[in-house]
Ligand binder design. Structure first.
Ligand SMILES: [Cu+2]
Length: 503
């Protein structure tokens, strides 16, 4: 339907133009060709002048009107350390080309007016002029050289790679239709290896989980945080088509190319809060953010730095927008602490995990720390309820009292604890769920407690400090109604019975 209307409009306009042409021809016949030519030339000349004035005035008005929205002017000064240098380059280019722009337009329309057709006036032809040629070749060449050399210098400074001794944070941005996957390194400060062949639905980046550096890597949610004043190196890649990593307020813009990693380094120098305070000084930003809600938050209050894709990469291109918050180092650390490892939360012990069934060094360290904290609390607490601890990572082969190989880590933690608090005696308690015969359960739990005690005595803990006891299914933690709950009830615990030498 729309196409039909457009077609009809085009047809109508053509008819109108043809008719106007016919009318002009008719008037020319009546008035005489020369007179019409003179009239037309005069009108064309004057209209050129009017156009020139309206055009140049409009350029000035629109620049004035939007001066506070443009990057590099008013409140939108660069928020990165290198941004000022790039803004200066744009300013110089704008001034130089602006002068040429205004002079060219005035000359163009003024000449169209001044040298319009007039009775008896003849055109003058200049065949060749070496001096003129030289001037208009040399002047732009010199100006261009200055601009390009300055530009190259600025570019080389901006793109200088990190010196490995510097304090910096490296993050990774992977563009895909239609979102950015941003990866932060974990506490080790290093991003883990990737291999596109390992890409699956759960592992969209193809992270290689046999590389310990990937274990603590973090893929944060929608909002990204970076600390102010710290150098950031962004490793930029793409999975499907060209994208472009664009942080307009920081003057950062770099193509994300499939198969060819690129990077950008920048140092944010203004926090989001500081930028908002800058905006606050301008009337334009004290208007309500939502015109329909005049009492609502002001524009400056709603300001956020944004990450966008600056490559028209497909239909959902616009949805690649992300919010970036620049905060103090303390706020950043607090946010970073809340971020969990992608591997440990999404992959660990699932089918995609190449380390399934193994205990990782970092888990051993983490569990040892947890165990020692809990043990300290249990020893120091006066509350009897705090005196019993569950040994979470001790497991037995199904239906038997044989400890699994991975149980040794937790058992070693217990050995360390008993050596640290050499005065305490403990009861080691085995518990089962309610499946099967109660007397068999009782026997099994007793045998399991004894297996734990044997492990401990084999490692030098005096048997006099250890009391194995099987409780079978008599002391469930929760009702035995689901498989998950039954798993909770099958457990090994220890209770601190007393301290022969008070701490
Ligand atoms: Cu894109």
């Amino acid at each position: 339907m729309t196409a039909l209307i457009i077609l009809l409009c085009v047809l109508l306009i053509s008819i109108v133009l043809v008719q106007i042409g016919k009318v002009t021809e008719l008037t020319a016949q009546i008035k005489g060709e020369r007179e019409v030519l003179r009239d037309n030339s005069k009108w064309n000349g004057w209209l050129s002048l009017v156009f020139m004035v309206v055009f140049l005035v409009s350029v000035c008005i629109s620049a004035w009107e939007y001066k506070n929205e443009m990057m590099g002017y008013g409140p939108h000064k660069a928020a990165s350390a290198h941004g000022g240098a790039l803004d200066d380059m744009f300013h110089i280019t704008l001034v130089l080309t602006g002068i040429v722009f205004v002079i060219c337009h005035i000359a163009l329309f003024w000449f169209a007016y001044k040298y319009r057709w007039q009775e008896g006036r003849k055109a003058q032809f200049i065949a060749h002029d070496n001096r003129l040629e030289l001037i208009w070749t040399a002047v732009p060449a010199v100006v261009m050289t200055i601009l390009v050399v300055r530009g190259l210098n600025a570019w080389n400074t901006v793109m200088a790679d990190i010196n490995p001794n510097e304090d910096y944070i490296e993050i990774e941005a992977t563009g895909q239709q239609f979102n950015w996957i941003i990866r932060y390194p974990g506490p080790d400060g290093k991003l883990g290896t990737r291999n596109f062949k390992l890409t699956t639905a759960n592992n969209q980046l193809g992270m290689d989980f046999t590389d310990p550096k990937t274990w603590d890597d973090v893929i944060p949610g929608q909002e990204l945080y970076l600390p102010v004043g710290k150098k950031v190196r962004v490793r930029i890649t793409a999975k499907d088509v060209l994208h472009n990593f664009y942080l307009p307020h920081f003057r950062v813009k770099m193509d994300a190319v499939p198969g060819m990693p690129t990077y950008f380094i920048f140092t944010p120098v203004k926090t989001t809060a500081e930028y908002r305070n800058e905006l606050r000084k301008y009337d334009d930003f004290n208007k309500p953010n939502d015109a329909a809600d005049p009492t609502g938050p002001k524009r400056w209050e709603k300001f956020e730095y944004e990450l966008a894709c600056a490559e028209l990469c497909g239909k959902g291109h616009y949805s690649m927008k992300r919010i970036l918050k620049i905060v103090s180092q303390e706020e950043f650390d607090a946010w970073y602490k809340t971020q969990e490892s992608f591997y440990l939360t999404q992959i660990r012990d699932k089918d995609d995990d190449p380390n399934k069934g193994k205990v990782l060094d970092m888990e051993v360290r983490q569990r040892a720390q947890e165990f020692s904290d809990n043990m300290k609390k249990a020893v120091e607490s006066a509350d009897p309820a705090d005196k019993t601890l569950t040994l979470n990572h001790i497991n037995f082969e199904s239906g038997s009292a044989t400890l699994t190989a991975n149980s040794r880590y937790e058992l070693d933690n217990l050995v360390t604890g008993l050596n640290a608090y050499s005065g305490i005696t403990i009861e080691v308690a085995g518990h089962t769920d309610n499946t099967g015969d109660p007397s068999a359960n009782l026997a099994l739990s007793g045998a399991r407690a004894a297996a734990v005690v044997k492990y401990l005595t084999d490692r030098g803990i005096s048997a006099g400090r250890l009391r194995p006891k099987g409780y079978g299914d008599t002391r469930p933690l929760v009702a035995n109604d689901t498989e998950e709950n039954r798993a909770k009830n099958r457990r090994t615990e220890f209770t601190i019975l007393g301290t022969s030498n008070p701490l």
